[in-house]
Design a protein. Structure first.
Lengths: 298, 536
């Protein structure tokens, strides 16, 4: 069914009560920036100007890794951004709010307020702890913040109180089935239930690794396996699903996944948008949107 | 702060050079640059060393701890404008981030000067040219505080920016109309630049202005073609954006020119800031550690009263224990004896630390001090074996001897030798002979220092003055249980760590058996040790 995707995700975000929204992807070029842009536009349309940051690099005309044309970020006046000093456009001038001590490959990270609308390139902090510091500062400046997450950087979600949108798409896998499995695994991991204190528990200090999981499954562990938060589970794909089927994995601080987005085109592949969106919605139980088709899976 | 030839690595580690460097470390990049150049004063520069220490002492007296701490905070946050000023000096047009940094630097200079206004011993960082530069940047100040190349810098900025905003609005309106027309025909929102149209939803041809970029079995990936109206609006937008860029570039060039005209004054401000930062760090150390300016002796006498080895004193303080300050008077090489755990090594370290402070022109942690400027402070013995190219093939004794050979091989003026139980790992007879010989050799070169030892009769054999740690005030009772902490506390309470000169070369007991008992050795072993002593 047709939907105003940006507005719908914004409503879900607001309903979650979180001050920041992470768009995390299952792979590169699965529509994270397109989803971010839709939410951003919905924000600005209501007179709300979020802080914007990236984990990685966003907004450049061409992907620095695979040379694919990237969606660009046109930002409106009053928007606060965190980006590397060397990619901040000289003109139109932005209001510089702070020069941080966080270094990136393109110079120190700066906080700036957009004064005239322009295309901006965002280069993000180099590590998870710096991401958290940047998000907190953006929330301080702007009240709310949206973060475009790079692939495999969910560690940046640790210790935060963010809403999460999971993006998946044709660029990430060869079949709809694979995409659905990948996104389901990511969502299962991110939505690790909170340990309710009932029954015996085995607290895991640090990361829950594949080797540790194999050991626990082999030992037929019956206790709840409790990690600090879902980012401590360093499993991917089917290994996640396998682990959650065999073990009672719980966490102390769950994360809030509010929606999924799909991109049925990617690279040289394309899938049926509705079949993909419905598959993802069924597998994850999340409100699922196709930003390109302006649809929500029924 | 570099040790130069004053201390080598083993000595530096033994007498707390690294600790002192951390304590005196400035906070700003300018301070770090000045600090990195700091070398110990050579013996012939006693007047300069004393002048520096006196200046630091005056600063410590003029500013209270709060002012010193606040000045340190200002230094911690000041941005490094070295690169911006260097670029300006070469005629480069600076970026807004450079202006922001300069503005914060100017503010930091003013703040530092205000905080230190009561003290005439610190250089002023702000000056008329600096204030002129600050005035030029003032229009860019924003509330947070931040920096923006605001319209107030130049009338033209407001005009071109307004034109850009209008052009952008016209472009968005034209594009919005085109989008809305397509969205209405499709009956749904579209999100340019790329959007999908499901074949199943299509009831006829695509709306005008929609271009298919890719066809899939169930959908079409489309883009909007810009019509002439949109293209004209876009061209106008881009033209006005270029005008904004030109106008902003022109303002930046003008500001950069002002900065360039004042580069010498700004260079001076950076240097002055660095000096202030270094001196404030030293003044803070002086105030916190109750340091005093040492009289710099040229007669070789090294003496102090109430001297403290600050790294240990602070560590003890965190444990709720107290460091016993010591008095020392050295006129050449003296022998130091005393019980185990009586503080002989600490006494040596205290001497080294005080000599180190004096050498860098810093007030020393003593109530009174008379210190020569040494060309080298040399530690030999426990903790100072150093590295040898022969590595682990050498025994402890051999390593010590190799280090002694190296130390005796370099002669470079007045030296302070701190020998901590040298030759302890060979037979007492041969060890004594070696130590006596070394003391005689050091006396020949007019060195000062202490030779701490448990060997008997060294002072007499070497005709050296003899000091001793006063030691245990009676034999302490062993605490019940095996609590080591409690045993150490009992020991500390029983030990008199002060030094006294011993007139005769009477043998002093090391109280080793009493200490062994206190530290929990089986009483049967202790009894056997006493019997063995009595049978000798």
């Amino acid at each position: 069914m047709h939907a105003r995707v940006g507005e719908s995700i914004l409503q879900l975000w607001r309903a979650s009560g979180a001050r920041s929204l992470f768009v995390a992807g299952t792979a590169k070029n699965v529509g994270k920036t397109v989803a971010l842009r839709a939410v951003y536009r919905a924000c600005t349309a209501t007179g709300s100007f979020p802080g914007i940051a990236s984990i990685g690099r966003d907004g450049e005309a061409v992907d620095a890794v695979d040379a694919i044309a990237k969606p660009r970020l046109w930002l409106e006046p009053q928007t606060v951004i965190a980006t590397a000093r060397d990619v901040l456009p000289a003109s139109p001038a932005s209001e510089l709010l702070a020069l941080s001590s966080i270094t990136t490959a393109a110079g120190v990270l700066v906080f700036a307020r957009v004064r005239c609308g322009a295309h901006y390139e965002l280069i993000g902090p180099p590590n998870a702890s710096a991401v958290r510091a940047v998000v907190d500062r953006l929330v301080d400046y702007a009240g709310i913040a949206i973060v475009d997450g790079a692939v495999d950087r969910v560690a940046a979600l640790a210790g935060g109180d963010d809403a999460i949108v999971v993006a998946c798409g044709a660029a990430g896998a060869a079949t709809i089935g694979e995409i659905v499995d990948d996104v389901r695994a990511l969502v299962v991991r991110l939505q690790t239930p909170r340990y309710d204190g009932r029954g015996e528990a085995l607290a895991i200090e640090g990361a829950l690794t594949p080797a540790r999981v194999a050991q626990l499954i082999h030992a037929r562990e019956q206790r709840a396996i409790v990690v600090r938060d879902p980012t401590q589970i360093v499993l991917r794909g089917k290994a996640v699903l396998h682990a959650f089927e065999r073990l009672r994995i719980r966490c102390e601080r769950p994360l809030r996944v509010i929606a999924a987005t799909v991109a049925s085109i990617g690279g040289d592949r394309s899938f049926s948008p509705r079949a993909l969106a419905e598959g993802v919605a069924r597998a994850t139980g999340l409100p699922t949107f196709d930003v390109y088709a302006a649809e929500r899976a029924a | 702060m570099r040790p130069g030839r004053l201390v080598d690595a083993p000595t530096a580690a033994a007498i707390g050079f690294g600790w002192l460097r951390e304590a005196l470390k400035p906070r700003s990049s300018y301070g770090e640059a000045a600090f990195g150049d700091l070398l110990p004063f050579a013996p012939h520069r006693a007047a300069q060393a004393r002048a520096r220490a006196a200046r630091i002492e005056r600063i410590a007296a003029a500013l209270d701890s709060e002012q010193l701490d606040e000045a340190r905070e200002v230094a911690r946050h000041v941005p490094d404008v070295t690169s911006a000023i260097a670029r300006a000096s070469m005629g480069d047009v600076l970026e807004d981030a450079n202006f922001f940094e300069l503005q914060r630097f100017f503010e930091a200079c003013e703040r530092l000067d205000a905080l230190t206004a009561a003290c005439n011993d610190l250089p002023r960082t702000a000056s008329t040219p600096l204030r002129e530069c600050a005035r030029v940047l003032e229009s860019g100040r924003t509330a947070r505080p931040g920096f923006y190349l605001a319209d107030a810098f130049d009338d033209s900025l407001a005009q071109v920016r307004a034109a850009f905003v209008r052009a952008q609005a016209q472009y968005e309106a034209a594009r919005g109309r085109a989008n809305a027309a397509v969205a209405e025909e499709l009956g749904r929102e579209i999100s340019p630049p790329e959007f999908i149209v499901m074949r199943a939803d299509l009831r006829g041809p695509l709306p005008a202005g929609v271009r298919v970029v890719r066809e899939a079995p169930t959908y079409l990936l489309c883009e909007l073609d810009a019509d002439e109206t949109v293209l004209a609006a876009l061209r106008r937008r881009d033209e006005t954006a270029a005008e904004v860029a030109r106008a902003e570039g022109s303002v930046r060039a003008r500001i950069s020119e002002t900065i360039r005209a004042h580069v010498p004054a700004l260079d001076h401000a950076m240097q002055a800031f660095g000096q202030c930062d270094v001196l404030i760090a030293a003044a803070r150390f002086t105030r916190a550690q109750r340091c005093h300016v040492a009289e710099l002796a040229d007669d070789g006498v090294f003496s102090f009263e109430g001297g403290r080895f600050v790294p240990l004193a602070l560590e003890l303080q965190t444990q709720g224990r107290r460091f016993t300050a010591i008095d020392v008077r050295l006129d050449g090489i003296a022998v130091l004896t005393g019980p185990n755990m009586g503080g002989k090594s600490v006494a040596l370290r205290t001497c080294g630390f005080i000599a180190l402070c004096a050498a860098f022109g810093v007030p020393v942690p003593a109530a009174r001090a008379r210190v020569p400027l040494f060309s080298e402070i040399a530690w030999l013995g426990i903790g100072g074996d150093g590295e040898s190219s022969a590595g682990d093939l050498l025994s402890s004794f051999a390593r010590e001897i190799v280090r002694l050979r190296d130390l005796l091989g370099r002669r470079a003026g007045p030296r302070l030798f701190l020998l901590d139980e040298f030759a302890r790992t060979t037979t007492p007879r041969e060890g004594k002979a070696l130590l006596v010989a070394v003391i005689e050799r050091l006396r020949e070169e007019d060195a000062s220092g202490f030779a701490a030892t448990h060997l008997d009769g060294i002072a007499k054999a070497a005709a050296a003055r003899h000091y001793a740690v006063r030691g245990l005030r009676g034999i302490p009772e062993r605490p019940a249980g095996d609590d080591l902490e409690e045993a150490l506390e009992t020991l500390a309470a029983s030990m008199d760590y002060t030094l006294e000169e011993v007139a005769a070369d009477g043998a002093r007991e090391a109280d080793a058996i009493a200490l062994a008992a206190l530290l929990g050795i089986d009483p049967a072993v202790i009894d056997a040790a006493h019997r063995a002593m009595e049978s000798e």
